[in-house]
Design a protein. Structure first.
Length: 396
């Protein structure tokens, strides 16, 4: 199956437009990383604590931030989490927010801050959204004198709260909907209250672990680029490896810059996506390079610019098919994959587009630019190599 046959698009004639496009997005990303948002590292890399909060009504982020600031928890990043209408917020606390505090201590501090500024203003240990089985059973048994019945009622209420309601009882009507008898509800009302939010799980990463993960992520990226450079040096020529690695670096820079511009956190899954797009972009570039190598042998009288243009046109249909289908797949993942896969799929969506573009607009023109430079300096266009080594032979 082919979309295009015998196309004759002058890609190299548009190289200055390509250069302008790449410069605009690369410089914008670099400026964002240096002057505006920096590199928005996820909690895995910088250390800190993530606190997940679910509200009964649509939350007011300014009010949440004010409540945290009043409690001494400063510089918290607050963002919507989960599906639209789920009323969930992710509170991202930097490592310095409470130096030395463990996850449980930070969680309790966040709950107290929200109770004081956003909730009922009472002791959260009496909040029915937080108390455990033993506390509820003990309160009911003390009033009814029937431990067995109190045990069943407490289990029934907690199953409804945690499994059906996701940890959040929105009011006493929810308690009634759980099938709890009116007499037991009256007892619970005397000893407990119900807040309009629930702080769920927390995730904490220490600063040493974050620094180690940053180092490993950078090394993984550099090793992958270095390995590909060596392979292409051996398989083609050094300039081919350099061109492919520059194209991959271009893709990585624009992708990370896009995350900085949009202030999306770079997490471990995003690093995995970046490594994936490096491999994808390199594979696409190698397809074009391989066709250039074949055409060099067949079109000995043509200049390298004509050969490169012809090669790109000949592989254009393959590029559109493979990249197009891959893009549709990752776009579906981005649109329907949920919040957990948001960063991963966003990196792939950007990477597939930029990786396909760079194979045509960055890597291939570098070969011609290198030949032109050698010709201007009075050297041979490109060093000829023995064909039995699979090298490209270009006549000056």
């Amino acid at each position: 199956m082919e979309f295009f046959r015998n196309t004759n698009i002058d890609f190299l004639g548009k190289k200055w437009y390509f250069l302008g496009f790449s410069l605009i997005f690369s410089v914008a990303g670099v400026l964002s990383m240096l002057l505006w948002h920096g590199i928005p590292l996820g909690v895995e890399f910088r250390g800190g604590t993530l606190v997940y909060v679910k509200f009964a009504q649509p939350p007011d982020e300014d009010k949440i931030r004010a409540a945290l600031d009043k409690a001494g928890i400063h510089n918290a990043r607050i963002q919507r989490y989960g599906a639209a209408g789920s009323n969930q917020e992710l509170i991202d606390l930097a490592q310095s927010a409470r130096a030395g505090a463990d996850a449980t201590g930070l969680k309790d501090e966040v709950i107290r801050a929200l109770e004081a500024g956003y909730g009922a203003g009472q002791d959260f240990t009496k909040d029915l959204n937080y108390v455990g089985f033993d506390v509820i059973r003990g309160t009911l048994a003390e009033q009814s004198g029937d431990p067995a019945q109190s045990d069943r009622t407490a289990r029934q209420l907690l199953d409804y709260r945690d499994k059906t309601q996701g940890g959040l009882l929105k009011g006493w009507n929810d308690v009634k909907n759980a099938g709890i008898p009116d007499k037991a509800i009256d007892v619970l009302k005397q000893g407990f209250f119900i807040s309009n939010f629930h702080v769920g799980e927390t995730e904490t990463v220490g600063p040493q672990v974050g620094a180690q993960l940053r180092r490993q992520a950078m090394l993984a990226t550099l090793y992958s680029l270095g390995g590909m450079l060596i392979y292409l040096w051996f398989r083609f020529e050094m300039i081919y490896g350099v061109a492919a690695v520059v194209a991959c670096f271009h893709d990585t820079l624009i992708t990370v810059g896009a995350f900085s511009l949009t202030n999306n956190a770079i997490t471990l899954t995003v690093i995995a996506a970046i490594l994936t797009l490096i491999g994808y972009s390199m594979n696409d570039t190698i397809v074009v390079f391989d066709r250039i190598r074949e055409n060099v042998k067949l079109m000995r009288r043509e200049g390298l610019a004509e050969i490169v243009n012809r090669s790109i046109n000949q592989t254009l249909s393959r590029t559109i098919l493979t990249s197009g289908l891959t893009f549709l797949t990752v776009l579906s993942l981005y649109l329907f994959g949920g919040e957990v896969l948001h960063g991963f799929s966003l990196a792939l969506v950007i990477g597939i587009l930029i990786g396909t573009y760079s194979s045509i607009a960055v890597a291939a023109p570098m070969l011609v630019a290198y030949q032109d430079w050698r010709a201007a300096s009075g050297r041979k266009s490109m060093p000829a190599q023995a064909q039995n080594k699979g090298k490209v032979r270009v006549k000056a």
